[in-house]
Write a protein that binds this ligand. Structure first.
Ligand code: SF4
Ligand code: MG
Length: 314
């Protein structure tokens, strides 16, 4: 079944002055080789935090992050170097992650300089040219600066940089949210092509379920720092079980005009992540909430084959 990337985040807490600001907790998922796991939820639910934890751009104040059984908050320098090579990230706004005074060639050479010190400059140039072509740009664009490119082209540069170290997994955090719709599908198709050729896995984070549906093999739904449901894309859309997932899916525009669909509108705002409701964190907005929901935390459990849900009533 190939290499399985098994993530498990256990009480990843972010504290300041002993106050918990944010938590990513009880989050577990597998991403198979060559597979895309989509992570969806409203803004502020902890998706980006989760992505940054996985690539080690953030360290929790406390808690554990397991990758294939190893706690990556406690690995040696050498393991850290290998890990940060294997797992790369692309961002919603690649521009802000580039140094505006660096040419594209320097942006793309930087990771090679750090990780492959012994490569000759000619070999590195060759790698950069190949990377640019791989993402649909040309070698003669290497001497330009980021501001000389369009938003879509800049995302291509971000993808090229993420590819430069031959990663096994790329965390894609809202990579198309800032782009025009026509450009969105170009970038998604590029990511799919790259995955087919190189067998890379993606963790694809987005608030837009339509976009996640387009690219994912399996999907996880996140609410206030917890994953509340995971299933294959087909199962999730055909048979959503968690009340929050049902509401999210009901808000996706219909694909056909005669499709039967009733919009479920959730009451209230998403509560503050620093003071989440006790029991099921969704109970303040859940149309089905019962007494038990205000007291006991539901655990993410397998309810149907390969379909897991955290809800007392299911
Ligand atoms: Fe709703 Fe209760 Fe299920 Fe939470 S556990 S989703 S509040 S029914
Ligand atoms: Mg975000």
């Amino acid at each position: 079944t190939g290499v399985e990337k098994n993530f498990h985040i256990n009480r990843g807490l972010f504290k300041r002055n002993n106050k918990v600001l944010k938590a990513v907790d009880g989050v577990e998922f597998n991403i198979e080789k060559g597979e895309t796991f989509g992570l969806v939820g409203e803004s502020g639910c902890g998706k980006s935090t989760l992505g940054k934890l996985i690539v080690k751009l953030l360290n929790p104040s406390s808690g554990n992050i397991y990758f294939n059984g190893r706690d990556i908050t406690k690995i040696s320098k050498k393991e850290h170097l290998q890990y940060t090579r294997d797992i790369q990230m692309i961002f919603q706004d690649p521009f802000s992650s580039f140094n505006p005074r660096q040419k594209v060639i320097d942006i793309l050479m930087e990771p090679l300089d750090i990780h492959f010190k012994s490569l000759s400059i000619d070999k590195k140039r060759k790698v950069v040219e190949e990377l640019l072509e791989r993402v649909g740009l040309t070698a003669n664009q290497a001497n330009r600066y980021p501001h000389q490119f369009s938003g879509g082209q800049r995302q291509r540069i971000g993808i090229a940089r993420a590819l430069s170290l031959n990663p096994k997994l790329i965390v894609c955090d809202e990579p198309v949210s800032a782009l025009d719709v026509s450009i969105q599908s170009q970038i998604i198709n590029l990511l799919k092509d790259i995955q087919k050729d190189l067998g890379i896995s993606y963790l694809f984070i987005a608030h837009n379920l339509g976009v996640v549906k387009h690219i994912s093999d399996r999907i996880g739904v996140m609410y206030l720092g917890n994953i509340v449901e995971t299933a294959s894309k087909e199962d999730l859309f055909e048979n959503p079980l968690h009340p929050y997932t049902k509401a999210l899916i009901s808000s996706v525009p219909k694909e056909h005009p005669d499709e039967k669909k009733e919009r479920i509108v959730l009451r209230g705002e998403i509560p503050s992540p620093s003071e989440p409701p006790v029991g099921c964190k969704f109970h303040t907005r859940c149309p089905l909430a019962q007494e038990i929901c205000r007291k006991e935390v539901p655990v993410l459990e397998m309810k149907i084959e390969n379909h897991r849900v955290a809800c007392h009533l299911i």
